[in-house]
Design a binder for this molecule. Structure first.
Ligand code: SF4
Ligand code: SF4
Length: 595
């Protein structure tokens, strides 16, 4: 580093090191692995060292002026022959700030990026983690461009404090002398380029911190998972809904196969489903980050009166807590109405209800009553697939306020679950079945490939063979679904269907966690919600709802990483033979990004 060489007469004098408290503090901060005590000892020794060096007789500057200062005379104010000239901050100040900005981008920006990609609730993300590094990088750019006017020694060409500022060099002087406009333009271009390059460097640092994501990204982008039946059959073409059922006390007649929209991207899929006779649309603000509601809003234009529309009490970031103020709940529903481009929804569910306290939360009920009075919502429902499903469903029927229940229901649940559906029927509560494909692994089981095309329809016929089910909701995301799913409408369950479903069970034994089972939960040494974790794994691996699975997993207060060091008291507690510890570790591997 050249701090300027004195060109005037010089004499040898005593000098000492400059006090660099700020430099030492920064050094200690950034020198990972260097113990602070070593740094302090070094600082104390440096404070007492005296050397003899050539010193400028005119201004007492000693070279390098950034490192030493004269002990013999007074300083700047006593200098002779000094004129004010442009000076700039030394290059190392900018470099230090820039390095700090990049380092902060790595730490803070990387951490923020991690939370963002993993699906943390965006409204709670600490955005200061982006602003702080960006501000420091901007400061570095500012330091590089800053020009001041300070007294400069004519003899040695140094300005005080010499460790911090230096007169602008010949090149700068040339530019400075070549016209104000050109200087402003050049500086502007330089600043814009520097800010852009710095922002890219900061982002690269944040991404680099998360380089451990590579395996998850491979799973995310490069694993090919089918979402439709592998061999579409010609007889499906143009399939239409053949059966409509009464949805409990709502008195609405709805298609037995109905449209779920968790993964819908294309309004044309919903329009075609409507043309084929599907009349019940199910959506929620947190499906695909409100995209589901927006797509359905587009698809329903001009057809709103033909559709029984259901959404949920929630926002894009997730479910509303039980104690959410009533105006906030109403505001959330009004936002849904805007996205759906309608004045009202037919049905609104208390979403993913896992406890009776949530089911009966007074705020939710008061909000619904007000929405109903205003004509913005017609009926109240509850959706649940938790281990407390039976408890929640019983309470929903008993309290008399719920018109519809949306329940996880698939083959293999009878007869343990049948009595709830009978009770719902007796109280005229409509039942909408979900999770009907029992993990939807059929399209990706190599040994099941020949039968897979018939699987969804066999599974649907099994669900609809129960007359107490009003309809089932299945996720339509591709045009093929418009042929594939309605083909099962109105069909009777057959012996080949049952054989197929049993074969699916054999092939997936030990791999499917019934989210509503919960038999293993009490055995977990860390109180992990095993059923939820494995459901999110299913979203990632089988449904290919990767982001949704990761977002939900990130919200858990404790992840499955703890399974690695656990003695696994959960082993052999699963009636379905799921190897819980192995699956939990696998879930953690795909659902969490290394911190
Ligand atoms: S292995 Fe995991 S799921 Fe099983 S008991 Fe331990 S922490 Fe719980
Ligand atoms: S792992 Fe087994 S016992 Fe635990 S919730 Fe899933 S199906 Fe039930």
């Amino acid at each position: 580093m050249n701090y300027g060489q004195c060109e005037g007469p010089r004499s040898t004098q005593l000098v000492r090191f400059r006090a660099w408290p700020m430099g030492i503090a920064l050094f200690a901060l950034f020198a990972n692995g260097v113990r602070l005590s070593y740094v302090l000892v070094l600082a104390v020794v440096a404070a007492f060292v005296r050397l003899r060096r050539p010193v400028c007789d005119a201004c007492e500057a000693v070279s390098p002026a950034g490192l030493f200062r004269s002990l013999t005379k007074a300083r700047t104010e006593e200098r002779t022959s000094q004129a004010k000239r442009p000076v700039q901050l030394r290059v190392w100040v900018g470099i230090l700030l820039f390095a700090s900005g990049i380092r902060l981008s790595y730490w803070l920006g990387g951490s923020l990026l991690h939370d963002l990609v993993e699906g943390g609730q965006r409204s709670l993300l600490p955005l200061w983690k982006a602003w702080v590094p960006f501000s420091v990088v901007l400061l570095a750019v500012g330091v590089g461009l800053l020009r001041l006017r300070r007294p400069v020694c004519d003899a040695c060409n140094l300005a005080e404090p010499a460790w911090l500022v230096r007169p602008v060099g010949n090149r700068s002087a040339t530019v400075a002398g070549s016209g104000t406009t050109r200087r402003v333009v050049l500086r502007g271009l330089g600043a814009a380029g520097a800010v852009g390059a710095s922002a890219v460097a900061g982002l690269a640092a944040a991404v680099f911190r998360n380089r451990g994501w590579v395996p998850v990204a491979n799973d995310f982008f490069f694993t090919n998972v089918e979402k439709t039946a592998p061999n579409p059959r010609p007889e499906w073409n143009g399939a239409r809904i053949k059966s409509y059922r009464r949805l409990g006390r709502t008195n609405a007649l709805v298609s037995d196969i109905s449209l779920g929209s968790g993964q819908i991207n294309d309004a044309e899929v919903a329009r075609r489903a409507l043309e084929r006779g599907v009349t019940y649309f199910d959506t929620a603000p947190d499906y695909s980050d409100t995209r589901s509601e927006r797509v359905l809003g587009e698809a329903m234009k001009g057809h709103r009166d033909k559709i029984f529309l259901a959404t949920k009490f929630c926002v894009a970031d997730g479910h509303l807590p039980d104690d959410t103020p009533v105006p906030r709940i109403i505001e959330a529903v009004e936002s849904s109405l805007k996205r759906l481009q309608t004045d009202y929804v037919d049905l609104i569910h208390i979403h993913s209800c896992d406890r009776v306290e949530r089911l009966l939360a007074p705020n939710m009920h008061e909000a619904f009553d007000r929405l109903k009075e205003q004509g913005k919502a017609r009926f109240l429902g509850v959706s649940t697939h938790t281990p407390n499903l039976e408890q929640v469903a019983n309470a929903a029927i008993d309290c008399g306020r719920f018109d519809v229940m949306m329940l996880a229901y698939h083959f293999g649940m009878w007869p343990s679950f049948g009595h709830i559906l009978e009770k719902a029927k007796a109280h005229d509560v409509g039942v909408v079945a979900m999770k009907t494909l029992k993990g939807a692994k059929h399209t990706n089981l190599a040994a099941f490939r020949d039968e897979a095309s018939a699987y969804s329809q066999a599974a649907f016929r099994w669900v609809l063979s129960n007359p107490n089910v009003s309809c089932l909701v299945i996720s339509f995301s591709q045009l093929q679904h418009v042929d594939e799913y309605p083909y099962a409408s109105g069909g009777a369950l057959t012996h080949p269907d049952m054989a197929l479903l049993r074969r699916y069970d054999e092939l997936t034994a030990g791999d499917y966690c019934q989210p509503h089972c919960g038999a293993c939960l009490a055995s977990c040494a860390y109180d992990l919600p095993v059923n939820d974790v494995l459901r999110y794994r299913m979203y990632f691996k089988d449904y290919r709802w990767e982001k949704e699975g990761m977002r939900l997993y990130a919200k858990l207060s404790r992840g499955a990483a703890v399974c690695a060091g656990c003695a696994a008291p959960c082993a052999r507690t699963c009636p379905l033979g799921v190897p819980i510890q192995e699956k939990m570790l696998d879930a953690h591997g795909v659902l969490s990004l290394p911190a």
